[in-house]
Structure formats: structure tokens, C-alpha cells
Write a protein that binds this ligand. Structure first.
Ligand SMILES: C[S@@+](CC[C@H](N)C(=O)[O-])C[C@H]1O[C@@H](n2cnc3c(N)ncnc32)[C@H](O)[C@@H]1O
Length: 291
């Protein structure tokens, strides 16, 4: 049991402590903590600080940056706690409709899709449903999902969802690709194994490029994460994405996100927040300045 004294202390965060965590999260994953960082830090970190029986944000900061904290992966957990992971099946349906129509018009022998910042996987499984609907459960397509959050990647791999938001999922897709958990009272659903087989997840920080031996993708979805980066980071992330996109491939960003100012030379907008890669990589590597 925590003493009343420590509960009071962890709801109390100083300006300096806020600054330390802001700097930490910016340098680790490029994310800005938004308009009310005090409240966010208190809400998300205080329960963990109490659980560890530490007495302040400063002590917790010392712990996550210590050798001991790093070897117990507390730094990774702290990043997990500070990310915003909202997502649901068929989010930004307008764009997925565009994707569905687009793949129907082209002749592909193999399709490879990367959902960068996929959170708990609903985006990947929505894309997989569209591909399965078009091409069947065949090895001719694959979806790769990545996120910085280890907790979200574990959830995506399990693919068991509770209280699912289904507003944008058609009845047809629901019946074909989702299953109820064995205990109907639990209200849990999962995706059919044939769909799951074509989807793979891994933890990845968008501030780093994918390893040079990785795949090139026909489609990259990087939605609703750019808004958390400043302009410089956005540029850096965009460069990492472009290096893995095939010429002629499409990049989808969130509908409220824009690549204006960043995209002109390398991308052409062809749909709702949807861009086609014009140039090859040599062009990108020699022209985009990474800071
Ligand atoms: C709001 S969710 C968006 C999920 C999904 N793309 C969608 O549109 O529904 C943003 C995700 O970006 C991830 N994220 C934040 N910074 C990241 C980084 N530097 N590298 C990779 N993922 C990051 C978060 O962990 C979170 O799961």
C-alpha cells in the first residue's frame, strides 16, 4: 500500500520535471507531448510511479535513464505509457475505399504493404481484409505492421479485441474475416487465421530507417502519427518512408495530415492524403537533408 504522502507527491509535477520528460520523449521518438503536458504526464505516469513505490517524477526519470532502468526496459515502458494509440477498424474509410478501388485497377503479381505506426493492428487487418477480398487468402500479398509501442505490437500479434468499434466495418467483411471469441459473453473478437497468416508485426522507431536489407513496399500507410512530430522530424520520417517505397508506390498519411512543403519534389498527390512516389531513391538520398 502506498502512503498518502507519496500519492500527493506523484500528482505534483514541477516545471523542470515536465521539461525532462518532454526532452526525453522528443529525443527518443520525436513526439511532442501536446498542449497540456503536465496533465498528460500525471495521468499516464503517476500510477506506474506509485506501483514502483517511487516518490516523484524526478526519481522516476532518474530510474528510466539509469543502467538498471534500461536493462529492465523501464524506458520502453515509459515510452509506451506516453504514446497515444487510438485506432479502429476501417478508420478513415474514404482513404481505404480509394485503396480498394486502386488495387482493383492494377495488375500485381505480389503486393507488399507497410503500416508504419500501426498501433494495436486494426489498420493492418483492415488492409488485409481489402487484399483478401480482392486476391483471396493467397501468398501474393503481405502486410507488415510496425509501431514504437511494444505493448501495442504484442496486442496486434494477439489480435484479440474487446469492445470493438465496428461503425466502419461492413457486414460482409465482419462475417468473412472476424470471429467471436469462444465465450460469447466476453464480447471479444479476433481475425480469422487465414488473414492473420499474411500479417506480420515488428517494433520499429520511425526516427530510424528500416535496415537496408528490408523489403521495398508498394504501399505505405503512415497515418495519424505525423501530427505528433515537429517539422524537422516529419521530414526525417518522410525520408525513411520514401526510401522503402517503390517508385510508383503510394504513401497514405492521415486525412488531417498534410505533406505540403515536404512532398513536392518526390511525391504527387493522387487521392485523399494519398501520394505517389515519383522519383527513385538516389534522388531522395542526395536531395533531402537529414538533420
Ligand atoms: C494515433 S496512433 C495511429 C494508429 C493508426 N495508424 C491509425 O491511424 O489508426 C499513433 C501511433 O504512432 C505510434 N508512434 C508514435 N511515435 C512513433 C515513432 N517514433 N515510431 C513509430 N511509431 C510511433 C504510437 O505508438 C501510436 O500507436
Amino acid at each position: 500500500m502506498q502512503s498518502e504522502k507519496s500519492q500527493v507527491l506523484v500528482t505534483d509535477i514541477s516545471f523542470e520535471e515536465v521539461r525532462l520528460f518532454q526532452q526525453f520523449i522528443r529525443s527518443q521518438i520525436g513526439v511532442e507531448l501536446g498542449k497540456n503536458p503536465q496533465q498528460l504526464l500525471v495521468n499516464r505516469l503517476a500510477p506506474r510511479i506509485l506501483q514502483l513505490e517511487l516518490d516523484s517524477f524526478a526519481t522516476y526519470f532518474q530510474f528510466i535513464t539509469s543502467t538498471e532502468g534500461k536493462s529492465s526496459q523501464e524506458d520502453i515502458l515509459c515510452i509506451d505509457l506516453l504514446t497515444t494509440n487510438e485506432t479502429y477498424f476501417f478508420r478513415e474509410q474514404k482513404q481505404l475505399n480509394f485503396f480498394q478501388e486502386y488495387i482493383g485497377t492494377l495488375n500485381y503479381s505480389q503486393i507488399s504493404v507497410w503500416s508504419a505506426a500501426c498501433s494495436s493492428g486494426e489498420e493492418c487487418y483492415s488492409i488485409a481484409m481489402i487484399l483478401a477480398n480482392e486476391f483471396g487468402f493467397s501468398p501474393s500479398w503481405r502486410v507488415f505492421g510496425s509501431d514504437i509501442s511494444a505493448r501495442m505490437i504484442a496486442k496486434a500479434k494477439r489480435a484479440i479485441y474487446q469492445d470493438v468499434r465496428m461503425d466502419f466495418l461492413s457486414n460482409e467483411f465482419r462475417l468473412k474475416y472476424l470471429m467471436h471469441s469462444k465465450d460469447l459473453r466476453e464480447k471479444k473478437i479476433t481475425v480469422v487465421p487465414e488473414l492473420k497468416k499474411n500479417v506480420e508485426f515488428f517494433r520499429h522507431n520511425l526516427l530510424s530507417p528500416l535496415p537496408s536489407q528490408s523489403d521495398f513496399f508498394d504501399f505505405i500507410f503512415c497515418r495519424n502519427v505525423m501530427i505528433y512530430f515537429d517539422n524537422e522530424r516529419r521530414q526525417q520520417v518522410l525520408r525513411h518512408l520514401l526510401l522503402r517505397l517503390k517508385p510508383g508506390g503510394l504513401l497514405f498519411v492521415g486525412l488531417s495530415e498534410s505533406l505540403r512543403d515536404l512532398q513536392e519534389r518526390y511525391l504527387e498527390q493522387i487521392g485523399p492524403s494519398t501520394y505517389m512516389k515519383k522519383s527513385n531513391n538516389e534522388n531522395i538520398e542526395t536531395n533531402v537533408n537529414e538533420k
